[in-house]
Design a binder for this molecule. Structure first.
Ligand SMILES: NC(=O)c1ccc[n+]([C@@H]2O[C@H](COP(=O)([O-])OP(=O)(O)OC[C@H]3O[C@@H](n4cnc5c(N)ncnc54)[C@H](OP(=O)(O)O)[C@@H]3O)[C@@H](O)[C@H]2O)c1
Length: 222
């Protein structure tokens, strides 16, 4: 069984819902649970990291054979992050890792279709960690347009997110999380995708080549 849902809405209610599903799986004698979590998940962490931290802890002691996938940010977020040729964030100049969600799916498929192993946590990363200046440059090159990364202090990024309709406290937590992940903690890469699927994770260039059409019309019209 795979457990993957959104981490939006009430974090407490989401954790309860995940725990209930895991308890049902234990009672039903499910052969294994593969859960999609997030890198750095720990109880009390901001946004989804805290919810996943609680759920991961529950799964580890559930008695069901388990694997926990802890991916970095999804490349699939990028189309919605870029508006009008600008990519706003609070990551600063350091490198951050992004992974193509298709690689996470392939890891899950490999674990779910292979023999049930001893379980464990798998930190899943893309093959390279890049600064947001570089990411914006690669997006621009793929689209044939200028895309610029605009780094904002956390309070200004919070206000930017609020203007886009992100409610508090999520807007503030999201901006603060950007600053946290931009401190280098998400810069290292792992070999987990290749170890588990037999092939290396997709680079940003492959994601962009396959997803040019996912970027908003506003960007293409510049
Ligand atoms: N995005 C990232 O960068 C990132 C990075 C690391 C980890 N993660 C984790 O990966 C997971 C997916 O993230 P995401 O960004 O793809 O989330 P998302 O865009 O919010 O998508 C979540 C998906 O889960 C479905 N869903 C939500 N609640 C559900 C429920 N109770 N039962 C069945 N389906 C439900 C949603 O269906 P509807 O569309 O029908 O609502 C949607 O298809 C989350 O747990 C997140 O914490 C995300």
């Amino acid at each position: 069984m795979i457990v993957i849902t959104g981490a939006t809405g009430s974090i407490g209610r989401a954790a309860d819902a995940h725990r209930a599903v895991i308890d049902l799986a234990a009672r039903a004698g499910v052969a294994q649970v593969v859960a999609v979590s997030v890198r750095g998940a720990t109880p009390g962490a901001k946004l989804g990291g805290g919810m996943h931290g609680e759920v991961d802890a529950h799964l580890r002691k559930s008695g069901v054979p388990w694997s926990i996938l802890q991916p970095t940010r999804f490349m699939q977020n990028l189309p919605r992050d870029v508006q009008d040729g600008r990519f706003y964030g609070s990551y600063g100049p350091k490198e951050v890792n992004y992974i193509d969600a298709r690689d996470i799916a392939e890891v899950a498929a490999a674990l779910l279709t292979g023999p049930v192993g001893p379980g464990g946590d798998h930190v899943l990363t893309g093959p390279e960690s890049l600064s947001h200046d570089r990411i914006a440059g690669e997006i621009g090159a793929a689209l044939g347009r200028t895309v610029r990364y605009v780094d904002l202090p956390v309070p200004e990024m919070t206000a930017h997110l609020e203007r886009q309709g992100v409610p508090q406290p999520h807007a503030g937590d999201l901006a603060a999380l950007m600053a946290e992940t931009g401190d280098g903690r998400w810069a290292t890469t792992t070999t987990a995708v290749e170890d588990l699927t037999g092939r290396p994770p997709r680079p940003l260039s492959a994601f962009l080549a396959d997803h040019k059409d996912a970027f908003p019309e506003a960007l293409k019209a510049i």
